[in-house]
Design a protein. Structure first.
Length: 491
């Protein structure tokens, strides 16, 4: 990735500030609860949901195991259909490729739609540095751009904004980017949508270059797929003369039959709809319709490194439905900006540290941005065991060890600030391996429980500041068992 949000503190500090924002919490609470309740009803309609979930998991795992083969097949199909494929090892290379392609058209502005990958690599900033202005056309992305903000949700990037805030942003900023907001604009959803439509229409009709992402790429035909709810994507994909799609390499699926599974699970998991309102597909170029030139930029940017991790690679199954965010108690209270990444919530807590590494304070803190309640795993349509990966990454942060970086195996040093944790875990390991020491420690703890503090000292304060220490029982379980069941009970 291009880096964390500028000036972003580690998750605990950022979350503490977010939790104190009453308006933010109210916005998040209303939105996430509404979405997750609707999703639960939509999923309950399908008797075979568990089978679809397992099918999606197996398709993704199979594709990831043979990713090299399917990417080459995709390249052949795209090329045969009249497109051009570019390979980008990292964010800098992807930005250079896209900037060069736009400059070659002679245009100084582009329209964009549905691309978290371009947010990941900081493409808008790279284009701006080259004198090219990028206009976001997804309604939520437009709100974020006009408000000089950052996305805070995968599906609803402006989830942290309410209608009054959006109205104020439109009134103040639309005129600086193009057509101004109508006089007397109110905060009714229909008024806000109409203001955005009028503002964007002139950009669609004028733009010669479009930039997109893709939800899926079908290897057998070279077809790219975008699913959306507004129709803006179709305008961006069909009207410009040149279309550039920046897509992560993990988005490939082998066949149209495989795609059919995800076109059932993605809408229900994301927008709680039985079928997506707008599903756009395009294959190469055609003389009679659509863009005359199509470029596909396949983005790695840490993905093959994640693929080398046998536990962490399951994060690459993600189809960006955001179901895990909507059920996460941590995300609901802290919001997306606290994660310091374009990928917030539970999936961001496991994906960002793998794509960017755990060297920064922000990334080292993300695996701890969870209660490990498991709700995210229960709703994931491709069965990513996020709690398992979180624990795996916590071990990496504390203990260090071998990882893959840019295709090379390197050994990470343990992160700073975890010496006490490592010492405590090693002490616990020794105690659990010596039953006599464990029994003695339990008895000592029971007999001295009246003198136990309510909070932990030293580094332990970080844990007990937000939790009650569990009370120590009057006697250890083994002693109680022997007392009530006799010495020969085997306890």
């Amino acid at each position: 990735m291009s880096g964390t949000f500028v000036g972003m503190p580690a998750f605990p500090e950022a979350a503490r500030a977010a939790v104190g924002d009453a308006t933010l919490r109210a916005n998040l609470r209303h939105a996430t609860r509404t979405i997750r309740d609707k999703r639960a009803r939509a999923v309950a309609e399908l008797d075979d949901w568990a089978h679809l979930r397992e099918a999606g998991k197996r398709i993704k795992d199979h594709t990831l195991r043979h990713l090299d083969r399917y990417l080459l097949r995709l390249e052949e199909a795209v090329t045969a259909a009249g497109g051009t494929v570019h390979w980008a090892a990292d964010a800098a290379e992807a930005n250079r490729i896209v900037t060069r392609l736009v400059v070659a058209t002679g245009e100084s502005e582009v329209v964009k739609v549905k691309s978290m990958a371009t947010q990941e690599i900081g493409l808008n900033e790279a284009l701006e540095a080259a004198g090219i202005r990028a206009y976001e056309t997804d309604l939520a992305e437009l709100i974020v751009q006009l408000g000089r903000d950052r996305p805070s949700h995968i599906l609803v990037p402006a989830i942290h904004r309410n209608r009054g805030e959006i109205r104020d942003i439109f009134r103040a900023e639309m005129g600086r980017w193009g057509r101004p907001a109508p006089d007397g604009l109110g905060d009714a959803p229909a008024e806000l949508a109409e203001a955005a439509r009028l503002h964007l229409r002139e950009k669609f009709l004028r733009a010669k270059v479009g930039i997109s992402g893709a939800n899926f790429m079908v290897a057998e035909t070279g077809t790219l797929v975008v699913v959306e709810s507004e129709g803006n994507g179709r305008m961006c994909l069909t009207l410009p003369e040149t279309l550039i799609s920046v897509v992560g390499i993990e988005k490939v699926v082998p066949t149209w039959r495989d795609l059919e599974v995800f076109l059932q699970t993605l809408p229900r998991s994301s927008t709680a709809e039985r079928m997506n309102p707008y599903t756009s597909t395009w294959t190469g170029t055609a003389d009679s319709d659509g863009p005359r030139a199509f470029h596909l930029v396949l983005l790695d940017n840490g993905r093959t490194d994640a693929l080398a991790d046998e536990v962490g690679r399951q994060a690459l199954r993600c189809i960006r439905c955001s179901a895990c965010l909507n059920v996460c108690p941590v995300y609901e209270r802290a919001g997306g900006h606290a994660y310091g990444s374009v990928y917030p919530g539970p999936i961001g807590a496991i994906l960002s540290p793998q794509l960017r590494g755990t060297a920064s304070e922000v990334d080292a803190s993300l695996p701890y941005a969870s209660t490990l309640c498991g709700a995210c795993y229960e709703v994931c349509p491709v069965a990513i065991d996020i709690p398992e990966v979180l624990v795996h990454l916590r071990e990496r942060v504390v203990e260090g060890g071998e990882v893959t970086r840019r295709g090379v195996r390197v050994r990470l040093r343990p992160a700073k600030g975890h010496a006490a944790e490592r010492a405590a875990m090693r002490a616990a390991r020794w105690v659990f391996r010596h039953p006599g020491a464990l029994r003695a420690g339990q008895r000592l703890a029971s007999r001295t429980r009246a003198a136990h503090p309510r909070t932990l000292p030293g580094p332990g304060r970080a844990w007990s500041a937000t939790r009650d220490l569990p009370p120590v029982p009057a006697e250890p379980f083994r002693d109680w068992w022997r007392r009530t069941h006799g010495e020969g009970s085997g306890a």
